[in-house]
Design a protein around this ligand. Structure first.
Ligand code: ATR
Length: 269
């Protein structure tokens, strides 16, 4: 029941109406008997919105495009990852202080770990945007990582994390796909017109293929990878695991990710 003690959590971004986060987090609050609700806020003026979070005592936030980087300057503290990556997807309101975290990298790592060993593996990461940066930071600590990006400069910038950066070209794809154990698509290709960043002919059976795009759930990349016989991991696993980490930061509860996935799939329909 919603009453005077109900805590409020929310997502801020623009647009937000297709997000699965409200469905997932409200289902979790119910399941764990936590008196809280989660809403999506379509925000135009970020600074005012953050002031509103403080003024109203909103307990926590998820942050999505286009505010993940812009929000840093309005927060009181940052976790080590959020500072290093320069991007925040989770905010905790701790007694009036807003603390920024980034759970994208750990979300991707946990999604991968469900299916495969990661430590010491060779990982080819495609994309050096917001998500790519977070994944590069987290994986660089336990695997060998090569990042290829359309804009080479952005991949090179990630070399500060100890990864190797290069241009997303046909030659580099060929070279590093034959080297890699795991390939991750963190480009936005696949999301809109659903083009695969990897020509099917370059895929081979013993490769693990992880696409962080979750809409559609089976992208052309994952379908072709499955046809070749690769182990495939869809982007909903990353969404679920990064959400689980946010939920843990807010409530101290480590939620059931299988339950979250079922609720998200119900919410898709
Ligand atoms: P996100 O938060 O999802 O990571 P983003 O920060 O906008 O989104 O990053 C999008 C990523 O997809 C970038 O790596 C981008 O490459 P650029 O840095 O060169 O822009 C990549 N991307 C988008 N469209 C692409 C395309 N048509 N071909 C290759 N890469 C593309």
């Amino acid at each position: 029941m919603i009453n005077a003690k109900t805590r409020l959590y929310g997502l801020i971004g623009k647009p937000v109406e297709h997000s699965l986060s409200p469905v997932i987090h409200n289902a979790l609050f119910k399941r764990y008997n936590i008196n809280a609700v989660y809403l999506a806020f379509d925000v135009d003026d970020l600074e005012s919105a953050v002031k509103g979070v403080k003024a109203l005592g909103i307990s926590g936030l998820n942050v999505t495009m286009p505010y993940k980087e812009q929000i840093l300057e309005f927060l009181d503290e940052l976790s080590e990852e959020a500072r290093a990556i320069g991007s925040v997807n989770t905010v905790v309101n701790r007694e009036g202080k807003l603390i920024g975290y980034n759970t994208d990298g750990i979300g991707a790592l946990k999604a991968l770990k469900r299916f495969t060993e990661v430590e010491g593996k060779r990982v080819l990461l495609l994309g050096a945007g917001g998500a790519g940066k977070a994944i590069a930071y987290t994986l660089s600590r336990l695997a060998k990582v090569v990042v290829l990006n359309r804009t080479e400069r952005k991949a090179k910038e990630l070399e500060k994390f100890g990864v190797k950066g290069g241009k997303l070209s046909k030659e580099n794809l060929k070279r590093y796909l034959s080297w890699a154990d795991i390939v991750i698509n963190a480009t936005s290709l696949g999301m809109n017109e659903d083009r695969s960043p990897i020509p099917k002919g370059l895929l081979r059976e013993n490769l693990v293929v992880f696409d962080i795009v979750y809409s559609p759930l089976e992208t052309n990349l994952l379908r072709e990878a499955r046809e070749v016989g690769c182990l495939t991991i869809d982007g909903l696993w990353m969404l679920i695991h990064q959400g689980a980490e946010s939920f843990r930061l807010w409530t101290g509860v480590k939620p059931d990710v299988e339950f979250m996935r079922r609720e998200a799939l119900k919410g898709e329909k």
